[in-house]
Design a binder for this molecule. Structure first.
Ligand code: G1P
Length: 331
């Protein structure tokens, strides 16, 4: 089958604030490139056309994608003017989609090529949904299965549930006609909750209409929707160093990524540090951290930190004369 990818990337990224004050969530850097860059790299060879749903700070996202991926895919942008939930953001693509779709959320990274994944999805089903067992089901869309692994029931962020199998943000829908009919049902029938229309609810409508949805287990799934998750993902994905910026009088502890246009001086960088392009670091120690584009960092010790794009962090660079037998606790 020839799939078109849909990447919903219009949300305001509230849970990643303040990182998303100046950039949309898919543009947040992790392990050397924006989240959307990781997603599109994994999609090469799987699809020829990508439809990206944009909204919040759409210009920055469009600019990055056009500069870096225009020669790799046919890309269309569709605007979701009001943030009315994931289901609504898929619904707005209905006039530009015809045929099977691969939906991948704009804040999820998989360490696997989508081409392989699509190859494992059977054409016999109306759709196949990537799932993963989670410890906190109330944060996800949860699925309950029949004995043959097909889906019986889906509930978005249930307070109480018997299942801990979460929809992990990859939805392969062979029968997009029934998906869009189901989305029409919830959007036009006002079947939303709290002003939001959920994709999970539309999938439940599909099941109610008799559609057969299968599941496949997803490993190495990295949800980047919350800051603590982002640092963890940075650590996992940073496997080797790549240094393009200028470095003077520094100690680098692998793995680190220092992008082009960075100037790093008199500092200790690493391990697990990703510094986005155009940033300047002087006289600092940075470990296990993500530094956004064009930031300025001077005289500081950063551990397990995330610094947004264009931020400035200046420390004091303490000078101490310490007497014999002294104990100074500066925590
Ligand atoms: C969305 C979906 C949810 C899914 C999750 C995966 O939730 O609504 O069904 O399980 O992504 O990360 P969100 O993370 O946008 O709240």
């Amino acid at each position: 089958m020839r799939y078109t990818a849909i990447i919903p990337a219009a949300g305001a990224g509230t849970r990643l604030k303040p990182l998303t004050h100046t950039i949309p969530k898919p543009m947040v850097h992790v392990a050397g490139k924006p989240i959307i860059g990781h997603i599109l790299d994994q999609m090469e060879g799987a699809v020829e056309r990508v439809v990206i749903v944009v909204g919040y700070m759409k210009e920055k996202l469009i600019d990055y994608v056009e500069k870096n991926y225009k020669n790799k895919f046919k890309i269309d942008f569709v605007e979701q003017k009001e943030q009315m939930g994931l289901g609504h953001s898929i619904w707005v693509t209905k006039d530009v989609i015809d045929g099977p779709v691969l939906i991948v959320l704009g804040d999820e990274i998989f360490e696997r090529k989508y081409k392989e994944m699509l190859g494992e999805c059977s054409d016999e089903y109306d759709g196949t949904i990537g799932v993963k067992e989670v410890d906190n089901p109330s944060l996800y869309g949860i699925v309950e299965l029949n004995n043959d692994n097909s889906i019986r029931k889906l509930v978005e962020k249930p307070k109480i549930t018997k299942s801990n199998l979460a929809a992990a943000g990859v939805y392969v829908i062979n029968n997009s006609k029934i998906l869009f009919e189901s989305l029409d049902n919830i959007v036009e029938g006002k079947g939303g909750q709290g002003g939001e229309y959920q994709l999970t609810d539309a999938l439940q409508v599909m099941v109610d209409k008799g559609a057969k949805l299968n599941t496949f287990k997803i490993e190495k799934w990295y949800d980047c929707g919350r800051p603590e998750m982002l640092l963890n993902v940075n650590k996992i994905l940073l496997k080797s160093s790549r240094i393009k910026g200028e470095i003077e009088n520094c100690a680098v502890i692998d793995p680190v990524i220092i992008e082009a246009g960075c100037r790093i001086k008199d500092s200790v960088i690493g391990p697990y540090v990703s510094i986005a392009k155009g940033s300047e670091v002087v006289n600092s120690i940075i470990k296990n951290s993500i530094i956004g584009m064009n930031s300025e960092i001077k005289d500081v010790l950063l551990m397990g930190s995330i610094v947004s794009a264009e931020a400035k962090v200046f420390g004091k660079g303490e000078r101490l004369y310490i007497g014999e037998n002294a104990e100074i606790d500066m925590r």
